[in-house]
Every structure is written in C-alpha cells, then in structure tokens.
Write a protein that binds this ligand. Structure first.
Ligand code: GDP
Length: 418
C-alpha cells in the first residue's frame, strides 16, 4: 500500500462534472471494489436509468460521513506510487462554504470546467479562493469534451481562457487536460478520441505533482486521534513536515513536554520511518499524556504559541463578520475561540481591490485582513514559513464561515524544550 498521500481539492462550477470525474477516477484506478460498482449499476438499472457516477459518489460520501476512522473518512484514489485523498465539496447548497473548509487542507487542486459552458462565476471564485488559501498547484480539466465534438479548436480556446484565469489568480497551472468524465477519456487513461492531444491524462498530471518536499523541514506531527490497540495507545495523525522514527525526541505542544517516540505504527507495513505527507500512528511512553490537538515538534525548532494572529481570510457566511465577534477557529487538529479584534481592511474577492481600511464588518464573499485573539493559544505559524500550520478555518454556530492563511503571529511566547 502506498503510504504517501497527497490531498487534492476538486473545485469548479456546479454541474461541470466534479462528482463524475472523481467517480471515474475511483472506478478506473480500482479504488472502489468492482462489485460495489456493479451493485450501483444494477440498482440504477432496476430504477430504469443508467448508472450515474455522480450517484455512486453520493452514496460513498454518505458512508464516509458515517465513518469514524481516518482511513475510511476519506475517499482515496489508490495508485501504485501514492494515494490521493479526494477533497470535494458536495451539494449545491452552501457550496462555497464546503469548498472553503475542504480546500483549506489541500496540497493541490483540480479545477473542473465544462468545455461546452466555459468558465463560470464559481470557477472564477474558486480560482481566487485557492490562491488565497495558498494552494498554488492546480490542474485544469476541460470536461465534457464529448459535448463539443472532441474539438481541438474548442479545447484551445478553453486552455487559453483557463490559463488567463489561473495567471490572474496567481496559480501555477500544472496542466490542462481535455477530458470526458462520463466515458473516461483522459481521466485514468489516455483517450483515443482526441489524437491531437499529446499531453498527460488527469491521473498522469496528478502523478507529476511533486511530492511534498517537507521531509527536510522541522518536524510537525498533528495528533488527530488516540486509539487503544493491542493494549497500546496509538496517536494517529499526519506528518505535516519533517521525519520521525523510533527514538526521535519530540517536544509536545502546547504543554512543552519532551518525550521520545517509541514506534511508528502503520497498517500492513513494517516501515519504521515516517516522512512528511504520511498519515501514521505512533506510540509514546505510557506516562506521556496524548490527545487530539497536540503538535509534536522538532526540539531544535519549537514554534511559538500564538495568542494573536493576523490572518487574511475569505468570509463566506450570509451574515456579516463583525468586529468583536467570537468564532471557533480550527488550525490543523487544534481548536480555539477566536475573537475578532480588528478588521484591518476589506477587500473585493474578485478584483482584490481594497474597499475599506479599519472596517467594522466584512460582508459575504469578501476578503479581509483580520486580527484574531486566540483562547487558548495555538501552535500557529506564518503560512509562508510552515503552510500546514498557517491555514485556518473559522466556524460560526458549527458551520464553516471562513478560511484563510496566517500572515503573522504575534504576542506569542516561546516554549523551551525543557
Ligand atoms: P458537479 O456538480 O460538478 O459535481 O457535477 P456532476 O458530476 O454531478 O455532473 C453534472 C452532470 O453532468 C451530470 O448529469 C453528469 O452525468 C454530467 N457529466 C459529467 N461529466 C460529463 C461528461 O464528461 N460528459 C457529459 N456529456 N456529461 C457529463
């Protein structure tokens, strides 16, 4: 089983084919058991309709929502080299908010555009959103090429328009792939119907995204859950950066306690080293308290605990954000109350023009530079220095309301490694 896992956000205008494309990728890579696909086909036929991959994906999403463990909570596209965790934003309601909370975790994105419709309003917003969330690597899929007669000319127009949009948003367009999600052209395998196209399939374009080269950076392991297994206590989480092995010393924040890792635990693998980008379990000595939300860090590079953050965020809730409001902030697996101390500026999310300095409120779909006071303090770092600990999501009444990146960390005190 591949242990490297890249998180890919699928974004794009509603109905342009995201669900179908994800379903097609899952099917054609054998990531869904074939009997499962057959079952969905038989069920659809008994209802007098052909199987829609989007329906199959809806079922899988439902199961995923009920699932509890990390591995089944994600849709995984499994390939020999590595796995891709699919981050999607299902449903037509609250689309932006779903996209926001999902995309804020992604390593790269696939922007799906219907070739017969062209770029939609949501396509533009999502491109800007990706850029605000610091997700630079983006593969574009010009989908539904069957509806435009597999036309090279149409694809050329699409590629130019998408290229312009990505450049404007400051995204790095890794590839633009002409695809048909329903029939599978250029999704997991190259298509014979577009001989004029010499570029990669979507899966090849994903494989060409470089691995997170964060292994050389200081260790950050965010504890997601703690399980009891075989009489041992296993802390499961993601290696956001750095490397770990048995005997590695770590500083556990926020407490600041030093401990040594006893073992790295994996499913069906005896590999004892864990590197950036992997989801693994690890064990620590029995007397060391572990819980969700802790961050295990390199003793040579212990980040500060932030009690105040300057963030740039995208506000996506219908009611405006007001100065003084308290929200729940989530940063990696940590959680804190965030009080809005100041809205330094309001920014138009389409043009990125500054609308107002020192504002009282931020309206829906606006971008803001906002100062937040955190309680309790969190392990947070500037996005430019440590992206995984520099992204956060804000929730209002249990629902995602904003996502953004940390510009600066202030009023923080240093935790020693003692
Ligand atoms: P989403 O809202 O972006 O997730 O879009 P869906 O995946 O639900 O697709 C919307 C509709 O477009 C569905 O009826 C799909 O069957 C259809 N669709 C998706 N991909 C293609 C394609 O490549 N060709 C054609 N003709 N239809 C497609």
């Amino acid at each position: 089983m591949a242990s490297e896992r890249l998180r890919i956000a699928f974004v794009g205008h509603v109905d342009h084919g995201k669900s179908t494309l994800i379903g097609r990728l899952l099917c054609d890579t054998g990531s869904i058991p074939p009997d499962r696909v057959e079952e969905a086909r038989a069920a659809a036929e008994s209802q007098g309709r052909g199987m829609e991959l989007a329906h199959l994906l809806d079922q899988l999403r439902e199961e995923r929502e009920q699932a509890r463990t990390i591995d089944t909570a994600q849709l995984l596209v499994r390939t020999v080299g590595r796995d891709y965790a699919v981050i999607d934003a299902p449903g037509h309601r609250e689309f932006l908010r779903n996209a926001l909370s999902g995309a804020s975790q992604a390593d790269a994105a696939v922007l799906v555009v219907d070739a017969s419709q062209g770029i939609g309003e949501q396509t533009r917003r999502h491109a800007i959103l990706l850029s605000l969330l610091g997700i630079r690597r983006c593969i574009a899929a010009a989908n539904k090429m069957d509806l435009v007669g597999w036309s090279e000319t149409r694809f050329g127009e699409m590629r130019e328009a998408i290229g312009e949009l990505l450049a404007k948003a400051g995204l790095d367009g890794a590839a633009c792939v002409p695809a048909c999600a329903t029939l599978g052209d250029n999704v997991a395998a190259r298509s014979g119907r577009m001989p004029w196209y010499g570029g990669p399939s979507l899966l090849e374009a994903l494989a060409a995204i470089p691995a997170a080269r964060d292994a050389e950076r200081p260790l950050r392991f965010c504890v997601q859950d703690v399980y009891a297994f075989d009489g041992r206590r296993i802390a499961a989480g993601r290696m956001e950066s750095g490397m770990l092995g048995p005997g590695s010393p770590v500083v556990i924040l926020p407490e600041g306690r030093v401990a040594q890792v006893l073992s790295i635990e994996r499913f069906a693998s005896a590999r004892t080293i864990a590197e950036a980008g992997e989801c693994v379990g690890l064990t620590l000595p029995e007397d060391v308290p572990v819980r969700r939300g802790q961050v295990l860090c390199d003793p040579q590079d212990v980040p500060r605990l932030a009690s105040e953050l300057a963030v740039r965020l995208f506000w996506a809730s219908p009611g405006p954000l007001r100065r003084g409001e308290r929200l729940v902030g989530r940063l990696a697996t940590q959680e804190a109350e965030c009080r809005v101390r100041r809205i330094r500026r309001r920014i138009d999310s389409a043009s990125l023009d500054v609308l107002e300095e020192d504002a009282e409120r931020l309206e829906e779909a606006e971008v803001g530079d906002v100062d937040l006071a955190l309680s309790p303090p969190l392990v947070a770092e500037a996005f430019s220095a440590m992206p995984p600990l520099g992204r956060l999501v804000l929730e209002r009444e249990g629902r995602t309301a904003a996502a953004g990146t940390v510009q600066a960390v202030s009023e923080a005190k240093t935790r020693g490694a003692s």
